[in-house]
Design a protein around this ligand. Structure first.
Ligand code: NAD
Length: 245
């Protein structure tokens, strides 16, 4: 579905991001894994020997416009285009409002929102010149409902939805589609860090009767990146087993 396409996947070293990387590679794309450190990016690439030559690594500070622009240019130089940006990197928090420091609030805002803006801008500049592309952002089901602690996290995901819908309208004239995927509880390190009791309580309320697998989310990323979604822009696609409805 993605033959001759090139994708950048931020936070592609593990969890949902690594699953997106594998799904895109399986479907013929070239993929650049964007991580925070060279070491983790190289470790992720070493787990993909089958795709040698079609996968590369970059590790710019995702909030630094110049570094991101340079890294994305290097991807275009290597593979000839940059067609898909998956803004997946994100961090979570469950800190109570009473204990939340401004430093922690800024940190979550930086990666979950500012980096999405910076990466989207750098990618869109390349995609516009090329005649089009696809940007897919990672929201969350808590970007619709909020959550009872860690207010910074849902706040960033509500903002990601706003950015998605606005950029879809702004960039449509340049044939750049912009959508978001809103996962429910998905089996990754982020979920492993939650108290088991909380995961069980959330899972019990999921109509499909289970938490999501990273591949469930990656398949939504595949659909939205592919020509199958050629007339789809500005949506937030929930992949949550109908949780909390
Ligand atoms: P994870 O912790 O397993 O992976 C996060 C990824 O982001 C890692 O690859 C990590 O290296 C990367 N990352 C962290 N800080 C970074 C930085 N400064 N620069 C670049 N990369 C950085 O998390 P996950 O569960 O796979 O989450 C991926 C996305 O899905 C996040 O945006 C998260 O908010 C969202 N999400 C996850 C769930 C879930 O239940 N797992 C639910 C809803 C939304």
């Amino acid at each position: 579905m993605l033959t001759n396409k090139t994708a950048v996947v931020t936070g592609g070293t593990r969890g949902i991001g690594f699953s997106i990387v594998k799904t895109y590679l399986e479907n013929g794309a070239n993929v650049a894994i964007a991580g925070s450190r060279q070491e983790t990016v190289e470790k992720a690439i070493s787990q993909l020997p089958k795709y040698k030559g079609r996968v590369m690594g970059i590790w710019p500070d995702l909030c630094a416009p110049k570094a991101v622009a340079q890294a994305f240019s290097s991807v275009k130089e290597r593979y000839g285009s940059l067609d898909i940006l998956a803004n997946n990197a994100g961090i979570s928090s469950r800190t109570s409002l009473y204990d939340y420091t401004l430093e922690e609030f800024s940190k979550i805002l930086d990666l979950n929102l500012k980096a999405v803006f910076v990466c989207s801008q750098a990618a869109a500049r390349i995609m516009k010149k090329q005649g089009g592309g696809v940007i897919i952002n990672t929201s969350s089901m808590v970007g619709e409902y909020g959550q009872p602690s860690g207010c910074g996290y849902p706040a960033t995901k509500f903002a990601v939805n706003g950015l998605t819908k606005s950029l879809a309208r702004e960039l449509a004239k340049d044939q750049i589609r912009v959508n978001a995927v809103a996962p429910g509880v998905t089996k990754t390190d982020m979920v492993a860090a939650l108290p088991q009791e909380l995961v069980e309580r959330i899972s019990a309320g999921i109509p499909l009767g289970r938490v999501g697998e990273p591949a469930d989310v990656a398949n939504a990323y595949l659909y939205l990146a592919s020509p199958m979604a050629s007339y789809v822009t500005g949506i937030v696609l929930r992949v949550d087993g109908a949780a909390m409805t």
